[in-house]
Design a protein around this ligand. Structure first.
Ligand code: HEC
Length: 125
């Protein structure tokens, strides 16, 4: 094989590998959402939910960066809206149920726009 084609083949392999790793990481973030949201819902007040809300804000921050790299503005907006509402809970400001509702609206909004496939094999679109 010609030297340049070997190089191109290697780049292709590493490129695909990198994307698959990103998607696996993304799935880990998503799978952490339901338990964290549940814990926030069951917490007595903002203070009791603070640790989980901080974790959720952190995850949504990473989700926002993921979509920024894909130039998907609507997805970035969903993720940042959820992140900011989670931050508000963590900071003890506002009504926990109202902020939780804001967060949960972003789940469905982003899923209908960017979640492809079907359970258990969802894809990113
Ligand atoms: C910015 C877009 C976006 C937001 C906001 C979002 N999701 Fe997702 N979610 C996705 C995409 C895209 C997938 C499909 C890719 C995947 O499954 O990894 C997904 C998949 C999932 C899955 C399936 C994971 C799997 O593959 O088994 C769960 C569960 C999930 N999301 C929960 C949530 C919950 C709960 C929220 C809100 C608290 C939420 N998501 C908010 C984009 C989003």
């Amino acid at each position: 094989m010609h030297k340049t084609s070997i190089l191109i083949a290697m780049l292709a392999i590493f490129g695909v590998h990198g994307a698959a790793q990103d998607d696996a990481q993304y799935q880990t973030w998503m799978k952490s959402m339901q338990p964290t949201v549940g814990a926030i819902r069951n917490a007595a007040d903002n203070a009791a939910a603070a640790a989980d809300a901080t974790k959720l804000a952190d995850t949504f921050g990473k989700v926002a960066i993921f979509w920024k790299a894909k130039n998907a503005d609507d997805a970035v907006k969903f993720a940042e809206t959820a992140r900011d509402a989670a931050k508000a809970i963590a900071a003890g400001s506002g009504d926990k149920a109202a902020n939780l509702q804001t967060i949960q609206r972003t789940c469905g909004g982003c899923h209908s726009a960017h979640r492809g496939g079907a359970a258990p094999n969802f894809t990113i679109k």
